[in-house]
Write a protein that binds this ligand. Sequence first.
Ligand code: SF4
Length: 341
Amino acid sequence: MKILYPEYCQRFSCLAGACPDSCCEAWEICIDPDTVSFYRSVPGRLGERLRSALSVDEDGDAYFPLVKGKCPFLNPDRLCDVHAALGEAATSAVCRQYPYFIEEYEGFTERCPSLSCPAAAALIFSEPLNADVYPVPPETEDGLLDLLIAGRAAALQTAAECYFAESAARIRAMAEDLQEIADGFDPSDIVYDFDAVVSSSVYAETTTEDQAAFLALRHRYLRFLLSDAEILTEEWRVLLERTVDPPFHKMREADFSGKEPPPDAVKRALRYFLYRYFLKPVNDGDILLWTAFILQSVAACTEISRRTGVGFETVARRYSKEIEHDPENIDRLLDFLAEQL
Ligand code: SF4
């Protein structure tokens, strides 16, 4: 099985005790069954600590409840006591896997570091936009997957070359075509001109109504993030409140004019979200829905940054921590978008 990962993964190095936003904070750590069995056998004081820290949630899954917002094994040096005493192999599967998302497809596996991790975010936000950072998987025997792989490559190139408003229009137009193909034909029989997505002016054409609809959806998406998605940290709640708060929202657009996020940072965030999610429709066939999720994710981060003055990279990292690592939050957002489309 071929394992693919973005080029910058080779330079990833955990910040450990110097991390400003440790993965051992805010999240409750799930403990997989093998690790629970192992913890039941650990002798001595650490074994007692492990067993007394273990709890079971309403679904019967084991976890370590947070203590003052942190994993109970995060020590004052901001290092893990379990890792220090017993080695990395003794930590839970989720700790060993983080910061990587692992996605398995027919014939290949993708391993992508999470934007929520400060060390990974630094790499994601410095990737060269003119190089082959995100690998293209080999051809598969699944026509839809091959269509999505080619579509993702075209979308990644578009995101690198155009500003967000234009790349969003081009990628949306391509997604509409791909959805039609996926719904009506055998995708392996179709010859689609993916080069045209970035080069042809036809893909950039949008009406004023389309643009207004996209911005209105962005506003409803932001409201939904505040009112219906699960919120992990107070910091995120405050950012959302400041973004959608009615008096603040009524401020003139001119008041935000100096606060546009750096375009290259927005391009890199879009490329990250495209890489992470554009192949997901291979499971449910809903290309338009996943495209809306990708574009609204970037649009929401852009708007939060503009309206709060908090740096775009910080906002995107927080979004990833709050949304990407909570499958229920992603499901809620997809359900919401499905109603809106
Ligand atoms: S968030 Fe990233 S850099 Fe920080 S401790 Fe975790 S893996 Fe290391």
